[in-house]
Design a protein around this ligand. Structure first.
Ligand code: BV8
Ligand code: ZN
Length: 239
């Protein structure tokens, strides 16, 4: 832990890159674990696709409704809070997340790039431009678009879909410029997000991993802390 704390103390330009493990201690199942009970016979890469939604809108909509319910009942954990508390001491700190749960923002992080969108918004499936944060929520089926009547869909990035251009460009630029990338709670298997730690290392940054399990990123890491984010981040980032 001492060496890792030294890396944080010396860093000027920090990017914190997070995945589902960041929210595990808030009671939000990781992407791999999200398919329990009702959902265990489905493949996330089936449910989280436009084809999956078009083939069975009520099924996919109710999966997102069940995840939204879990998120509404959850709170940021000590890991989210430690990252938010570091911000004033490290001006320019940027959080780049694959999570769609909004917990970094609820913990007080002021600058968060949502690479894969947010489950707290919906947009028009037909792409007429409607994006909404509040809507008549019936967990059984997607409401119609108030403008063109097409179904509304979660404002997330589905597999096979391009990431929001500005978000991806901002994340890649920050990765190439940072001097420390903290990689928390991600298996780093989904692209192009998983490329970011490698971009940072190629740019000369130190890479610091926090994850109970070994991941693809350990090979390029200056240090890997094997344990839960909610326990380790307050120790690593605390003043
Ligand atoms: C695209 C939003 C252009 C939706 C998500 C190159 C090679 C191979 C495949 C591809 C490639 N390029 C593109 C692809 C295809 C695909 C892809 O990467 N597939 C993978 C599966 C191989 N990528 C795409 O489709 C992307 N779009 O490329 O468009 C294009 C277009 C057409 C054709 C080709 C290319 C879009 C990807 C985004 C999909 N949307 N989410 C929703 O949430 O419903 S991805 C979703 O899954 C998450 O956002 C996240 O990114 C990913 C899950 O990963 P993690 O967050 O890391 O979670 P996971 O459960 O895997 O792991 C949890 C980790 O936490 C573990 O390591 C565990 O040990 C750790 N942990 C557990 N507890 C704790 C902990 N850590 C700390 N503390 C704890 N307490
Ligand atoms: Zn519409």
């Amino acid at each position: 832990m001492g060496r890792a704390r030294g890396l944080v103390a010396r860093a000027q330009r920090i990017v914190v890159f997070t995945g589902a493990g960041m929210s595990a201690e808030s009671g939000i199942p990781t992407f791999r674990d999200a398919l329990t009970g009702l959902w265990e016979r489905y493949d996330p890469e089936q449910l989280a696709t436009e084809a999956g939604f078009r083939s069975d809108p009520p099924l996919v909509w109710s999966w997102y409704a069940s995840r939204r319910q879990a998120i509404a009942g959850a709170a940021p954990n000590a890991g989210h809070r430690a990252i938010a508390a570091l911000e004033p001491r490290k001006p320019g700190l940027l959080v780049v997340t694959q999570n769609v749960d909004g917990l970094h923002q609820r913990a007080g992080s002021g600058d968060v790039v949502e690479l894969h969108g947010s489950i707290l918004r919906v947009r028009c499936l037909a792409g007429c431009g409607v994006v909404e944060r509040g809507w008549q929520d019936d967990p059984r089926s997607p409401p119609p678009c108030p403008s063109c009547g097409a179904p509304l869909r979660p404002d997330v990035v589905w597999f096979g879909e391009l990431l929001p251009e500005e978000a991806l460009r901002r994340a890649q630029r920050a990765a190439m410029r940072c001097d420390l990338m903290l990689v928390v709670g991600t298996s780093a298997l989904v692209y192009p997000a998983a490329e970011l730690p490698f971009l940072a290392a190629r740019g000369g940054a130190q890479v610091l991993v926090v994850n109970p399990e070994p991941t693809e990123v350990d090979g390029i890491a200056s240090a890997s802390l094997h344990g839960p984010a909610g326990r380790l981040l307050p120790e690593l980032l605390g003043g």
